[in-house]
Ligand binder design. Structure first.
Ligand code: SAH
Length: 250
């Protein structure tokens, strides 16, 4: 899996592996109505290098169980937790989101930023529900249409890449059908994509290509990332990540 190795190498040193931001994670915490003093058990699924896991552990009286499929990302989170003196509050493990090593009703909160698409939003929110205590909070960000009508070329691109993309109304319907009550929603602004994700990523391209001797595969990956960035820049009025906060109903 040479391609996967390259992908991991390109992303392992980044602060985040997808669009997002500290202020946006904090807004999610506020909309979830979480009491900063109350002891909370939180799962962070598809945690990447752990920017949200670290913030959750800092901002709340929380124990965070963070999982990701990629051992390099889990290691990076462990290092960052140690540096910030949060090792006793963050348990980072390698696990797949479709086979989670958790007990039923173990968590007050399930957090997942920019990751549930890997198994699909509908499957993720349905499968993960059992790990929440009654009344527990689910906070997930998910690629979302911002408008009811979109250019045909953009529709074609996303129908190929992720056919589950939908409007916020559609995503909330999925949450309601899965027995959650939506309690908050907002859209990630452009800075979450451009300043926090794409620009730092572009800044790593040159060193990445050098590290891999300018191989054809390395160039192909950089080209693919550039295409994704160009797609966002051209069509950003039509899609972004939506951040969904929902409560597990009885
Ligand atoms: N939440 C992080 C990372 C988002 S990128 C952030 O906001 O920065 C998506 C993450 O999902 C990557 O770290 C990737 O390794 C992880 N991932 C992909 N498939 C997975 C799976 N089946 N189980 C767990 N994590 C997975």
């Amino acid at each position: 899996m040479e391609d996967l190795r390259l992908l991991i190498d390109l992303h392992r040193d980044s602060e985040r592996q997808g669009p997002g931001g500290e202020a946006e994670t904090r807004l999610g915490i506020r909309l979830a109505g979480l009491d900063p003093a109350a002891p909370l058990d939180i799962a962070d699924i598809g945690c990447g290098n752990g920017s949200s896991a670290l913030l959750l552990a800092q901002a709340l009286n929380a124990h965070v169980s963070a999982v990701d499929l990629v051992p390099e990302f889990v290691d990076a989170l462990r290092d960052r937790a140690a540096m910030e003196d949060l090792s006793d509050r963050i348990d980072a493990r390698v696990a797949s989101m479709d086979e989670l090593p958790f007990e039923d009703e173990a968590f007050d909160v399930i957090w997942s930023e920019g990751a549930v698409y890997n198994i699909g939003f509908e499957r993720g929110v349905n499968d993960w529900r059992r790990y929440l205590k009654p009344g527990g909070i689910l906070a997930v960000s998910e690629i979302t249409w911002l408008t009811e009508r979109r250019p045909a070329a953009l529709e074609a691109y996303w129908n190929e890449a992720y056919p589950e993309i939908d409007t916020a109304a559609g995503k909330m319907r999925v949450l309601e059908r899965a027995a959650y009550t939506p309690v908050g929603y907002f859209v990630l602004g452009e800075h979450c994509w451009l300043d926090h994700y794409f620009r730092p990523l572009q800044g790593r391209f040159e060193a990445f290509l050098k590290r891999h001797g300018h191989s054809a595969d390395a160039h192909a990956l950089v080209r693919a990332e550039q295409e994704e960035i160009a797609m966002y820049e051209k069509y950003r009025a039509y899609f972004s990540y939506g951040f969904y906060i929902a409560r597990k109903t009885a």
